[in-house]
Design a protein around this ligand. Structure first.
Ligand code: GUN
Length: 295
């Protein structure tokens, strides 16, 4: 059995970031500086890491980058007021509210209060609708599935006609938009979730597998069709024993060791989907800034 090609998301993300940086430098000559505002509410440690990485990459691209940190007990109206201010601020082209939110806040109301033109996360119903209708040119596509799609295209091309794709997980952030993108590329799609009967056999029929469930090492080697392309969206923190010591480690939804023996290509965790998600956020923000200049 041969081992799968590693899909190097980190390297691809660095290339993309470089291109974005160059385009940003051009745009600056026209007097436009892409602006990204990231809002974080509370102190979730994982969210703090993600937000720090987003801010760092935005600065690397040459963007104007601002972070708003609100207390975990921030009132709903305080968040909505901040978003309204950012909606009206011409120096800001992209607004992102890091999820998950503290329980007392209404996620739907907050994500839908960002104007679609600045919704670089692609969570506004207008952007979801455009993507679902196939109007990708006018939609902001959610960053994680957009990044997955670029990696799939690298290995299989832009036209996935005749290929069977399975998305494991039906979240609004990843599973559903991922399925829309694959369908748009002519793949035949199946969306699986916790109520799916005989998940291994559904996965076994698939040329493309995208795993986004948040369960460490769930997808096993013998579930994989020989030669499939496997994209692992999971970022799970687990404890593992190393040299008699317990260590915290990141692992995906895919049993990497086993699946590598069957797949033709696979993304690692970390270093796969994660960096691509951030690069796509920069791409969406740059796109928003460009659009604002042709009003
Ligand atoms: N939390 C986990 N993934 C995401 C994402 O793509 N966007 C936002 N805003 N929050 C997240």
């Amino acid at each position: 059995m041969s081992s799968a090609t590693l899909i190097n998301g980190k390297e691809k993300a660095q290339q993309l970031t470089l291109t974005i940086k160059e385009t940003t430098a051009q745009l600056k000559k026209e007097g436009i500086v892409p602006g990204l505002a990231v809002v974080i509410i509370g102190e979730d440690p994982a969210s703090q890491v993600y937000v720090r990485n987003k801010k760092r990459t935005a600065e690397e691209c040459g963007f104007f980058s601002i972070q708003h940190t609100l207390n975990a007990d921030a009132a709903q109206q305080e968040v909505l007021n901040l978003i309204q201010t950012l909606n009206q601020d011409d120096s800001i082209h992209g607004i992102l509210v890091q999820l998950p939110l503290p329980k007392h806040l209404n996620e739907e109301l907050i994500t839908q209060s960002i104007i679609p033109e600045k919704d670089v996360d692609g969570f506004h119903y207008i952007n979801i609708g455009r993507l679902a209708a196939g109007d990708i040119d006018n939609a902001f596509v959610p960053c994680t599935p957009a990044g997955c799609m670029l990696m799939i295209e690298d290995h299989l091309g832009k036209d996935l006609s005749g290929l069977q794709a399975t998305v494991v997980g039906r979240s609004n952030i990843v599973g559903k938009p991922m399925a829309s993108l694959l369908l748009q590329a002519n793949a035949t799609i199946t969306i699986c979730h916790s109520r799916t009967k005989d998940l291994p056999s559904v996965v076994k029929n698939s040329d493309i597998v995208v795993a986004a469930v948040g369960r460490p090492n769930m997808i096993k080697g013998d579930w994989i069709k020989p030669g499939a392309v496997v994209i692992d969206v999971g970022i799970n923190r687990v404890s593992v024993e190393e040299n008699g010591e317990m260590k915290s480690k990141l692992t995906g939804d895919v049993d990497f060791k086993e699946v590598s023996l069957h797949a033709s290509a696979i993304t690692p965790v970390p270093g796969g989907v994660g960096p691509m998600t951030i690069a796509m956020l920069m791409f969406n923000t740059l796109r928003s800034a460009k659009k604002s200049s042709v009003k």
